[in-house]
Design a protein around this ligand. Structure first.
Ligand SMILES: *Cc1c(COP(=O)(O)O)cnc(C)c1O
Length: 405
């Protein structure tokens, strides 16, 4: 561009590389051909089983179950708590497409709850929906924003609704000192490339509930090899279930587990790296008139692997111009208010298979933008991003209110 505004050369969707140990192990596995987690003898795969033990330890839960995606982890958790046709499952309206998808996959009906300006589930609306009846609550810590989980858990207990957490963006994050994924009956995590550990595809769930763990292992597609799991309930727990639970074939591959395992030890270190970069971006963006960052509760121990901001005072046309100007300078901002779903970004209004009217969430998403925070991001990149956003905000037009006055 010739407007004197710098261009960002870094692609924000740059993934973080697999540690050398994971590459080595993956190569060994490929040479051996042992890519399936179960085997008919005991020399069978050990990577998924070990990863399951490691994630259970990391999260301080008794059982860990690997599956083929984060969406599958949610689906299996819902099935294992008995969710099926006729059930209403509450979830926050600000979430990613695979989350309502997992509820529908389980045969149940997603009932969306409003979100707040903090981008977390609205507790008042949650209570209202719980009063109408719910078989379960699925709280999605969308883009790493963690609600007051003590309050959410208390509400769920009061209404006797089991709580499942979608922690796709919160591996390593806490509320009030306690890790996400440990507030309800089960926590579901994703190993998809853009989450906190990168296995390409994959996911896992953690739980302390013996019957839930046994059911989840069977649903995931363990045949009669469930004994090869290490972070599992005693074999007796499987006896009453093993001939009743269908095999949904949602297993994690040995290869995915091999590349993820060395990343588990890096979760805390990576979180520090993301948070450092998040703070750099906050310093840049919070200085720009018309750009507002969501408030973060001091009890939220978030991991800043992505950053959301509001562009205030803009209508849809100006938001489009804002996004386009950023794009022209190499900054690919995702906008949750776009009329059409684009790439990963769709909102509840695009999920035509469900009915929902969420006026407050709609107004919030209309101004909400999103940036991925790769670990490759430098301090200089953040300065460039600040200049681009400032320029795009200035050229997108004056705030509507100011113009009318
Ligand atoms: C990525 C993601 C998921 C699903 O993970 P997959 O592994 O892609 O199925 C669920 N919830 C949220 C909020 C996510 O970002």
């Amino acid at each position: 561009m010739t407007d004197g505004v710098p261009t960002l050369s870094l692609d924000l969707s740059t993934p973080d590389p697999v540690p050398a140990a994971g590459i080595e192990r993956a190569l060994e596995l490929m040479r051996s051909g042992r890519l399936f987690r179960y085997g008919e003898d005991r020399s069978a795969g050990r990577e998924v089983a070990r990863l399951e033990g490691e994630v259970a330890t990391l999260l301080g839960r008794r059982y860990g179950i690997g599956v083929n995606s984060g969406g599958s982890a949610i689906f299996v958790a819902l099935k294992a708590i008995g969710i099926g046709p006729g059930d209403r499952v509450l979830l926050n309206g600000f979430t990613l497409a695979p989350v309502p998808g997992a509820i529908v996959h389980a045969g149940a009906r997603p009932v969306l709850v409003e979100c707040t300006e903090d981008l977390t589930i609205d507790l008042e609306d949650l209570e209202r929906r719980l009063r109408e009846g719910a078989s379960a609550v699925l709280v999605s810590h969308m883009r790493g924003h963690v609600a007051d989980m003590d309050a959410v858990a208390t509400l769920c207990q009061r209404f006797d609704a089991p709580l499942v957490e979608d922690c796709a963006h919160t591996l390593g994050a806490t509320w009030n000192g306690r890790q996400t994924g440990t507030f309800g009956v089960a926590g579901a995590f994703s190993d998809q490339t853009f989450k906190h550990v990168n296995g390409g595809e994959g996911g896992f769930l953690v739980t302390d509930d013996e019957a839930l763990a046994a059911a989840a292992i069977l649903y995931s597609g363990s045949y009669m090899f469930y004994g090869q799991h290490t972070a599992r309930p005693p074999l007796e727990a499987f006896e009453p279930l093993r001939e009743l639970i269908p095999n949904f074939s949602l297993r994690m591959s040995e290869l995915a587990a091999a590349v993820v395992r060395p990343q588990i030890a890096l979760v805390a270190e990576r979180a520090r790296g993301w948070n450092e970069r998040y703070a750099w971006l906050v310093a840049e963006l919070s200085a720009i008139p018309g750009i507002r960052l969501p408030r973060r509760d001091p009890r939220e121990g978030f991991v800043g692997s992505s950053l959301q901001f509001f562009v205030d005072g803009q209508d849809g046309g100006r938001m489009e111009r804002f996004v386009r100007t950023c794009d022209e300078h190499g900054l690919h901002v995702k906008w949750f208010g776009a009329p059409e779903p684009i790439g990963f970004t769709s909102t509840y209004e695009h999920w035509g298979y469900l009915e929902a009217a969420l006026p407050r969430t709609r107004a919030i998403l209309a101004r909400l933008c999103d940036l991925r925070v790769p670990l490759a991001l430098t301090r200089d990149d953040c300065t460039t991003i600040g200049s681009i956003v400032r320029h795009a905000r200035e050229t997108a037009g004056q705030p509507i209110a100011t113009k009318r006055a």
